[in-house]
Design a protein around this ligand. Structure first.
Ligand code: GAL
Length: 633
């Protein structure tokens, strides 16, 4: 199937007379999908017991009659004021114990049973009414779980649900005390009713208390989504989708994804660069109009796996956003570039947020495909260009990459709880490995840690993976490619203790982490004939094979050609050098790319992307400024 384009539309924001023309303009511009309804609850149910769906019926007919496929949504991310008045304790509570107030969105606590009932009730009403509507071809459930820091809630409902969760997990309080080792600091409990949430303690709570709370909180998101799925499934056969966010790791997206048919995410390259990137100022300046050349791709690859191969961009940045510290205009061509990159990574649909810029409320400074006055904005011209270019393609099929990189949500939580050094971030560590691979011109698959086979892969990487479960162990044992792990890989039990046999507990790696240290921002440990370690360094002893050493004499890389463990957080040049020699040993060819050029291989094509306003050359290929180049394979 050829990928399609779409946009996000809010009929409730515009006079009804505009709907038809808007729909026709969308179609004329090459858009074939439109997402609606995700924030419309107060207009569908202005007060308890009063429903008003006629306007939405008409909007759906107008959009559908114009030829658009509709993504209808459940409006549960924006419970209206009367719902909050009915359930005043449904509000999410922050770590300081303060309820987060009504007046924006995502103000609900995932553990509040009254709210869950209310959410399922409205989902059922919407699903019943539109589940079989011929214009509705997909559904979005809720909107951006976890966005605005809304996974963790320290509310009374969360406390009650957490007590139930630990009681189910540990059965007896003695077992919990033993598993958490609450003998430390006399933290032992006599009953589950005494256990609190891990906030407002005088100093750090027990890390396993926090990790269990993180697991519980993730489960609450999974359950909330799952409950909506059960309701929707009664009334519709259409694909169920959620729109995830960039660099939000507070819940296990793989588990939410198991209940859905398609994953999607909201891609805001310039917003993310300013708001969520740890790159330095020079980098941000250089890429201010393009975004980080690897950030979108990382999420495309992650969500392709979360969606079991099926994924969309539900919201694509079309122009300046309103929510980052600085909100520059994309470079001319950047919207087209982002769209093509998503398509090359397998997006079935790229849908722009939003059709027309709203002249009111919180997002009045956020661009759309149209200006607030209805005139065409630059993003729309680029979207239409992609639409006509897509005519040259029948389909853009994905192939399994030769390289797999493991990304694990539990490790994110574990190292947030116990970073041991202020700058340690699991996301950034994995992302550094990803960046180095992309800088070598490689396509990468991102996988969850519960693998039982690495069939088809030649190189597998799992930096920072806290714990290696039994499935993964057997996958590693059966793997005949190259495994690269460390630092911190296999360094904890599943309960976050240092294992009795000291780490790294990576099958086949012979050595012992005798101690670890975290480093100040400008402290580096040089590696002989290579670069350096930063942020994190392990002292490995009793190593059978040492492949590289540090200037201070400590092993830098241990293991053998098929199983390597890296002792610290290596700089990009070191990673690239190591990865290219490993790839060459496996007959995977690499190309050293400059930082603004990236590539992606699909079944029949190789795509090249240029994140700069200068023409870039790779061998004989010229990639136009801010552009895309594709060649058949
Ligand atoms: C997304 C959200 C949209 C809109 C957009 C603005 O996070 O889903 O509703 O707020 O950001 O960039």
């Amino acid at each position: 199937m050829t990928p399609k384009l779409g946009s996000c539309y809010y009929p409730e924001h515009w006079p009804e007379e505009k709907w038809k023309k808007d729909a026709e303009d969308m179609v004329a511009s090459g858009l074939s999908w439109v997402r609606i309804g995700e924030f419309a609850w107060s207009r569908l149910e202005p007060e308890e017991g009063v429903q008003n769906f006629q306007w939405l019926d008409r909007a759906i007919s107008v959009l559908g009659n114009a030829g658009l496929n509709i993504v209808m949504s459940t409006p549960t991310a924006t419970p209206p004021r009367w719902v909050v008045d009915k359930w005043p304790d449904m509000l999410i509570v922050d770590i300081e114990g303060r309820p987060r107030q009504f007046g924006s969105r995502r103000h609900y606590c995932f553990s509040h049973e009254g709210y869950l009932k209310e959410a399922l009730r409205i989902a059922e009403i919407v699903a019943k009414r539109y589940g079989a509507n011929p214009y509705i071809k997909a559904w979005q459930l809720d909107n951006e779980y976890g966005c605005h820091d809304t996974t963790l809630s320290y509310s009374p409902s969360a406390l009650e649900a957490f007590r139930g969760w630990i009681a189910r997990k540990y059965k007896t309080i003695d077992q919990l005390n033993e598993s958490w080792k609450n003998v430390f600091w006399s933290m032992e409990y006599n009953s589950f009713e005494q256990v609190q949430l891990p906030n407002l303690t005088v100093t750090d709570p027990n890390p396993i208390h926090e990790l269990d709370f993180r697991r519980f909180s993730s489960d609450q998101v999974v359950n909330f989504n799952h409950s909506q799925v059960l309701v929707m499934r009664k009334f519709t056969k259409m694909p169920l989708i959620h729109n995830y966010m960039g660099r939000i790791t507070d819940f296990n997206h793989y588990e939410v994804g198991e209940d859905l048919d398609v994953a999607s995410w909201d891609s805001y390259p310039l917003g993310f660069l300013e708001d969520r990137s740890r790159q330095n100022d020079e980098f941000k300046h250089r890429f201010m109009r393009f975004g980080d050349p690897d950030f979108q791709a990382f999420h495309h690859d992650l969500y392709r796996t979360v969606g079991n191969g099926r994924w969309w961009v539900m919201e694509q940045q079309p122009g300046p956003v309103n929510w980052a510290p600085y909100n520059p205009e994309p470079a001319p061509g950047a919207v087209r570039l982002w769209t093509w990159e998503a398509i090359a990574h397998g997006a079935e649909v790229v849908s722009y947020f939003r059709w027309r810029q709203a002249p009111f409320a919180q997002e009045q400074m956020h661009a759309g495909l149209q200006r607030p006055d209805g005139e065409v904005a630059p993003g729309l011209i680029e979207a239409s260009q992609v639409f006509s270019e897509l005519n040259d393609f029948e389909s853009i099929d994905q192939v399994q990459s030769k390289i797999a990189l493991i990304f694990d949500y539990e490790s994110c939580w574990a190292w947030e709880i116990q970073p041991q050094g202020k700058d340690f971030s699991y996301f950034e560590l994995v992302y550094d490995y990803y960046k180095a691979l992309r800088a070598l011109g490689l396509s990468v698959d991102i996988l969850p840690p519960n693998q039982n086979s690495f069939r088809g892969y030649k190189v597998v990487m799992m930096p920072g993976l806290m714990h290696i479960g039994s499935d993964l162990k057997s996958a590693i044992d059966a793997f005949d490619g190259v495994l690269i792990s460390g630092p911190r890989t296999g360094s904890k039990t599943v309960d976050m203790f240092i294992p009795p046999e000291l780490p790294p507990l990576v099958p086949g790696v012979k050595g012992t982490v005798a101690s670890v240290e975290s480093l100040r921002p400008n402290a580096f440990i040089s590696i002989k004939d290579s670069g350096y370690f930063k942020d994190w360094m392990e002292t490995l002893v009793d190593c059978e094979d040492v492949v590289g050493v540090c200037e201070d004499g400590r092993p830098a890389i241990i293991g053998h050609e098929n199983n390597l463990y890296i002792a610290g957080w290596a700089d990009q040049d070191t990673l690239k050098k190591l990865f290219s020699s490993v790839c060459n040993s496996q007959d995977i060819s690499t190309t050293d790319l400059i930082d603004c050029v990236r590539t992606r291989e699909t079944l029949k094509h190789r795509f090249w992307f240029n994140y700069s306003d200068q023409e870039s050359k790779v061998g004989l290929i010229n990639i136009p400024p801010s552009g895309v180049f594709w060649e058949p394979l």
